[in-house]
Ligand binder design. Structure first.
Ligand SMILES: Nc1ncnc2c1ncn2[C@@H]1O[C@H](COP(=O)(O)OP(=O)(O)OP(=O)(O)O)[C@@H](O)[C@H]1O
Ligand SMILES: [Mg+2]
Length: 329
């Protein structure tokens, strides 16, 4: 096989380096932001986020593209005329569920801070769109304005800031496809408010970057997408990536249950990896856990896990995903 173009953060298909990282940031909540719609705030870089970035196996070129675009936002935006080079400070990741979008978005924040940390202390805010749009009837617009116009602006005043808008379709819902049930006027206004705030923030804070994720881009407003500096599709893993993800999951198990270390050399492991094609990364990692749960003895002592168990769990996961696809084509 030619040298893999897949990347786990260091391009070597191995995430053991995570344990050697120095203590970074101070973990969840270390940013100290406590406001409606804020799920987490941290100082960057953050060790946990770097581990998430490293754990996602995608083409090296895709991670490079993301990181370069994020860096450019901080190096270029303050120096160019927006009318001529319109950088909005928005990166959108979209793709099917369980393909690593949220992990990549968090990791991107941490890696960006790590790479260009000399420009200042980076901070991170994770927005929970559901908390904003589930606000009482008619209040979404206000909630969005408070969060973006006040909380985010305050943090952006303090230095470089990266904001994750996870599952952004809730926040920037496509106004042209809005059904007339639910609360269309409120949602419409919330989307308008997001767009207006994004423009204002982009104009005022060149050291602010939004990273948005969605597994349903058709539901995201066109005007929001048109502001994106980069829209990256995070697709289902190909055969080589499936194998690497399965191997990474088994290696993680072997860190605590060393007898499982040989599993990836077994022929059944290769067969299991073939059954993973068509599954998302989350499913592939989870099937190693399902394999441990196939019988009680293995659950009591996961050292007893065999490659045959992993193969059986992979076949089951493949079947389950086929039947889900038949039910929801
Ligand atoms: N390509 C991949 N390589 C390795 N691990 C992956 C990959 N894709 C997903 N995973 C793993 O699956 C889990 C879920 O990832 P994550 O939450 O980032 O996915 P997501 O795309 O945001 O999902 P959703 O759309 O459901 O929110 C994580 O443990 C992640 O490491
Ligand atoms: Mg996600």
């Amino acid at each position: 096989m030619q040298k893999s173009m897949l990347d786990d953060g260091h391009g070597n298909g191995n995430d053991r380096q995570i344990t050697r990282l120095p203590a970074l940031g101070n973990g969840a909540g270390s940013g100290g932001v406590d406001a409606v719609g804020v799920l987490d705030s941290r100082m960057l870089p953050d060790r946990e986020f770097i581990a998430q970035w490293d754990a996602v196996i995608v083409e090296t070129s895709q991670k490079d593209r993301l990181l370069s675009q994020a860096i450019l936002n901080f190096t270029l935006r303050e120096k160019v005329n927006r009318a001529k080079l319109p950088l909005h400070g928005l990166i959108v990741l979209h793709g099917p569920p369980g393909t690593g979008k949220t992990s990549l978005a968090r990791g991107l924040a941490a890696r960006t801070a790590e790479t260009i940390g000399k420009i200042g202390q980076f901070r991170y805010i994770e927005v929970e769109p559901h908390a904003l749009t589930s606000a009482a009837l008619g209040r979404s617009q206000r909630a969005v304005r408070d969060l973006l116009g006040q909380t985010v602006a305050e943090q952006a005043e303090r230095g470089p800031l990266i904001v994750l808008l996870d599952e952004v379709e809730t926040l920037a819902a496509d106004r042209s496809r809005m059904s007339m049930d639910a609360n269309p006027i409120d949602v419409h206004r919330a989307t308008d408010a997001v767009l207006a705030q994004l423009d204002q923030l982009a104009a005022k804070y060149p050291h602010l970057l939004f990273v948005a994720t969605s597994n349903f881009t058709r539901a995201v407003d066109g005007a929001f997408l048109s502001r994106a500096d980069l829209i990256e599709n995070i697709g289902m893993p190909g055969p080589e990536a499936c194998r690497a993800i399965l191997q990474s999951a088994v290696e993680e198990l072997a860190r605590s249950f060393p007898a499982t270390g040989h599993i990836s050399q077994d022929a059944d492991f290769g067969r299991a990896a073939e059954h993973c094609v068509g599954l998302d990364g989350r499913r592939i990692r989870k099937l190693v856990i399902s394999a441990c749960a196939l019988n009680k003895q293995t659950a009591i002592d996961p050292n007893k896990l065999t490659a045959a168990d992993v193969l059986q769990a992979a076949k089951q996961a493949e079947e389950e995903s086929k039947s889900v696809r038949e039910e929801h084509p």
